[in-house]
Design a protein around this ligand. Structure first.
Ligand code: AMP
Ligand code: ZN
Length: 393
């Protein structure tokens, strides 16, 4: 880093209205939008180099028994865990002086969000440091930029955010400017995979992840002509024949669950061998991903002009960890994009590092922090990032 750049960065921090005093700074990040209590500590030692992720902790509510996340249980989980997990993160990193706090403000379950947001506001007051209330999906979207400090994954970007709560295709021209090109009309792809997977007897906290392992990476094609009646499940490609523009630029995953349930009424699961279930799992996963590919292809065609300068395709969110999805995207869109970017496997699903990094990007590129008088935001389209009250410049 040249001396001038060093001084400019230092001066900006020194002269900001906040109490961030050092050239580099340390960030405490908190994420509690759903069922994961997550805490990270990031050393932003220089603006010109990738940050150092010192600690990245996660404590997930166990919902394997309850068949889904119960909001009141998630709220209680965050209330119980956020204090000890933050203390642990600080202890592991030798109790550094924290200069900035980043916390998820929305979208998500209000009870869950308040578990982290209220705690972060308290620390911000006690330590007299600024905090940034971060958009959860912005965290997913910007995550692949962290590793190279924003120098490899450059704007404009097209991002497929595929998680348990969202399936969204976003065109981004900067850290704060986003346009939603395609969104789910009903449930998200992760939710669809989890629910369909549960129907065919797959268990766990992240059923879609278990389903990927269950399918076994060697299975990537099935000869339908040799399938038995119970093995062959008829799955739709939702919205395929819808002429309206609203439906053209949309995903829909709920019909997969209906189709799987109908199939299992006809052919009850008790009669299936493990191999039969594996064949079903493959078809379910494939149909969900083919739907994504079909819709993304259409949206790219409809937005040809806007997307002609986009070189990077980002896929992020829990489902982006799936190798089959990554493969299909790269094969199908190889002519449309020069580069494909994903977070590291352990940073695809919810984590606090992505909230820390997104907060750093908002703080550095737009000098944004958040007022103490804000509440969680349940629904918050990424295209309206700066619309809610409470941003401070
Ligand atoms: P998120 O909402 O971003 O935390 O992501 C969680 C969702 O991602 C859940 O629906 C998981 O089952 C799903 N998920 C995690 N890993 C995988 C994987 N390898 N393949 C498909 N889905 C996954
Ligand atoms: Zn998420």
């Amino acid at each position: 880093m040249s001396l001038i750049t060093k001084l400019t960065f230092r001066n900006r921090l020194l002269h900001s209205s906040h109490t961030v005093k050092k050239r580099g700074y340390k960030v405490l990040a908190i994420e509690t939008s759903c069922d994961d209590t997550c805490v990270s500590i990031i050393d932003r030692f220089s603006k010109d180099e990738p940050p150092n992720l010192l600690v990245n902790l996660k404590d997930t509510l166990n919902s394997a028994e309850t068949g889904g996340i119960i909001p009141t249980k998630a709220h209680l989980h965050h209330q119980l865990k956020i204090g000890p997990l933050t203390k642990k993160a600080l202890d592991i990193s030798n109790n550094p002086k924290i200069d900035l706090i980043c916390v998820t403000r929305g979208p998500g379950m209000p009870g869950s969000l308040s578990g982290g947001l209220d705690f972060a506001k308290g620390l911000s007051v006690a330590w007299n440091v600024p905090y940034v209330g971060v958009h959860h999906m912005l965290g997913h979207l910007l995550m692949p930029r962290m590793k190279n400090n924003g120098n490899l994954v450059k704007f404009p970007l097209l991002s497929l955010l595929a998680s348990g709560g969202h399936t969204t295709l976003v065109y981004s021209s900067s850290v704060t400017e986003h346009e939603i090109l395609c969104d789910s009309l009903d449930i998200a792809v992760g939710d669809s995979l989890d629910k369909c997977g549960r129907e065919i007897g797959i268990q766990g906290n992240m059923i879609a992840k278990e389903m990927e392992s269950f399918i076994n990476s060697s299975v990537n094609e099935i000869d339908e002509s040799i399938l038995t009646e119970n093995q062959k499940v008829t799955l739709p490609n939702p919205l395929k024949n819808k002429p309206k523009r609203m439906d053209t630029q949309a995903f829909s995953f709920a019909p997969f669950l209906t189709a799987v349930r109908n199939h299992l009424i006809k052919y009850p699961l008790v009669n299936y061998s493990e191999e039969d279930r594996r064949v079903l799992a493959f078809q379910i996963q494939e149909a969900n991903f083919v739907h994504i590919i079909t819709r993304v292809k259409t949206v790219i065609q409809l937005n040809e002009n806007k997307l002609k300068n986009v070189e990077s395709f980002v896929c992020s969110g829990g489902v982006s960890a799936n190798k089959r999805l990554r493969h299909l995207l790269e094969v199908e869109f190889t002519d449309n994009f020069k580069q494909f970017h994903y977070p590291d496997l352990d940073l695809c699903s919810d984590n606090a590092a992505m909230i820390g990094w997104a907060g750093i990007e908002l703080f550095e590129s737009a000098a944004l922090t958040t007022d103490l008088e804000v509440t969680p935001i349940r629904k918050w389209p990424l295209s309206e990032l700066l619309l809610p009250s409470g941003w401070k410049r």
